[in-house]
Design a binder for this molecule. Structure first.
Ligand SMILES: *Cc1c(COP(=O)(O)O)cnc(C)c1O
Length: 476
């Protein structure tokens, strides 16, 4: 019998090689983070050319690491929205706590398997603690279960599928779901993916403050019941992406109970403000929801790819997701232990719990509470400053840290006013200190400001107001 040769080893790095990889990346990262405030708030001019120039075929041979880092940090990274910078007031800002990157390095290199409890009970417990903390923040009882997902869209989808399993027969096409005309588009997408045709999704009108009209909901439910359909699911928002509106969660809970609907609160953007005293008042009633979407990659300043779903009756997640497989290890008998493969759609996945756990353990939740309180202050300050600007109308006051406004000028019709606002927004962004985006509500173009980055402070908000004033002056 001939022996095989010892085999290739080049993918197994030596200790000096590992150190070199991390050290060179670390130098680049620290320089990058330190330069964030000086980087333009967005720079995507020539993005298509860059993207085309980066197309490449599968390489047969390797290239020097330094060259690859240079490509990333000198070409690809700079050509983007500066989502991690202090001037990012667009959409819903992300974060990117450095600690989370370190946690990911540890999670990826140790590469333990957290999809099943048996494979890493200690690490799974760390992630389960995070899920429990999120449930505690929301005011949920100990029967609740929290899952980390890749984002709010996935959380909304899992919530809908779970409610569908709980509330509808297997043949579920008579089921109807309700949401407001201000809901995030991921609700529509979840309905589509969960097998509900668009005709089973009701878009309930919102009031003057962009909150769901529960009287209109009651009418829609009654009409659907009379037609022999099965109303089962209501999604309300705790901070809409459009204007930051928070639906009346207590009244929504009453309505859901009265109509026999599963209540899901999409708190992807606004939910973590429950940590603050002001936020708790605005989000009053959150704990009465059957399920809640919260995005740690928004309100806890974590990197993209960290969402969560909390379900008040954790057993519902188990009933919706448990499928037996002969080749998997036994699930733990102790109900205090969580086996994620039995309560979520995923089996293999990253150990995302660590990136939430590490910064919370290092700083305590109080540090997050203080940062969120600051965001509330900054949004209120910005609204007060904008009110002083002649011609500015605040269309959506900040209920949390998001506001929307428009500039008006005597004699301009609606279309010309929309156009003026678009030019103002573009002029602000062209200055490169802050990046803001728009939406259309009630047919009107609105400029939005969302303050949510842990790196945004008063100095940057001064720049925002200065640049908005300047841009309005220019357009006069
Ligand atoms: C961001 C957001 C979502 C979608 O979450 P992703 O994490 O981007 O998938 C859903 N609903 C609301 C209200 C959001 O702000």
């Amino acid at each position: 019998m001939s022996e095989l040769p010892p085999g290739p080893r080049e993918l197994e790095l030596s200790a000096p090689e590992m150190r070199r990889l991390v050290m060179l990346a670390l130098e680049r990262l620290v320089a990058h983070v330190e330069s964030l405030p000086r980087q333009p708030s967005a720079d995507v001019a020539g993005g298509a050319e860059l993207a085309r120039s980066l197309r490449e075929s599968l390489p047969e041979e390797g290239a020097p690491y330094e060259d690859l880092l240079a490509l990333l940090f000198e070409r690809a990274v700079p050509k983007s929205f500066n989502t991690a910078g202090p001037g990012y007031l667009a959409y819903i800002p992300g974060g990117g706590l450095f600690h989370a990157g370190v946690a990911d390095l540890i999670a990826d290199v140790t590469n333990r398997f957290v999809g099943v409890w048996m494979a890493a009970p200690g690490l799974v417990q760390i992630e389960a603690n995070v899920g429990r903390w999120l449930c505690e923040m929301a005011g949920y009882p100990s029967s609740a279960l929290g899952l980390l997902t890749t984002g709010g869209s996935m959380a909304n989808l899992i919530a809908l599928v779970t409610a569908r399993r709980e509330r509808l027969p297997e043949d579920f096409l008579s089921g109807v779901l309700y949401t407001s005309d201000q809901a995030h588009h991921s609700v529509q997408k979840a309905a589509l993916l969960a097998g509900f045709p668009p005709a089973r999704v009701r878009s309930v009108p919102s009031d003057g403050e962009f909150r769901i009209r529960l009287d209109a909901l009651a009418e829609a439910v009654a009409t659907d019941r009379a037609a022999g359909l099965r109303p089962f699911f209501l999604v309300v928002s705790a901070g809409t992406t459009n204007t930051g509106a928070v639906d009346d969660l207590g009244a929504a809970a009453d309505a859901a109970r009265a109509h026999g609907l599963w209540l899901h609160v999409d708190a992807a953007y606004g939910g973590f403000f429950v940590l603050t005293e002001r936020g708790r008042r605005v989000l009053h009633g959150l704990e009465r929801a059957d399920s809640i979407t919260l995005d740690p990659h928004k309100g806890l300043f974590l990197p993209y790819g960290t969402g969560s779903l909390l379900v008040r009756d954790g057993g519902a997640l188990r009933r919706a997701h448990s499928v037996h497989a002969e080749y998997l290890p036994p699930v733990p008998e102790d109900p205090d232990f969580v086996d994620y493969s039995t309560v979520s759609p995923e089996l293999s996945r990253d150990f995302r719990g660590l990136r939430v756990w590490l910064p919370i353990k290092m700083h305590g939740i109080a540090a997050f509470r203080r940062a969120l309180d600051e965001k509330l202050d900054l949004a209120a300050w910005a609204a007060a400053e904008l009110r002083k600007v002649v011609g500015v109308e605040i269309v959506a006051e900040p209920q949390l840290s998001l506001l929307a406004f428009r500039v008006t000028k005597p004699g301009l019709d609606d279309a010309a006013t929309d156009d003026l606002n678009r030019r103002v927004m573009e002029a602000v962004n062209a200055r490169g200190r802050v990046y803001i985006t728009s939406t259309i509500a009630r047919g009107r173009f609105l400029i939005r400001i969302c303050v949510l980055s842990f790196r945004t402070h008063l100095d940057r908000m001064h720049m925002a107001i200065e640049d908005i004033r300047g841009a309005i002056e220019e357009q006069r």
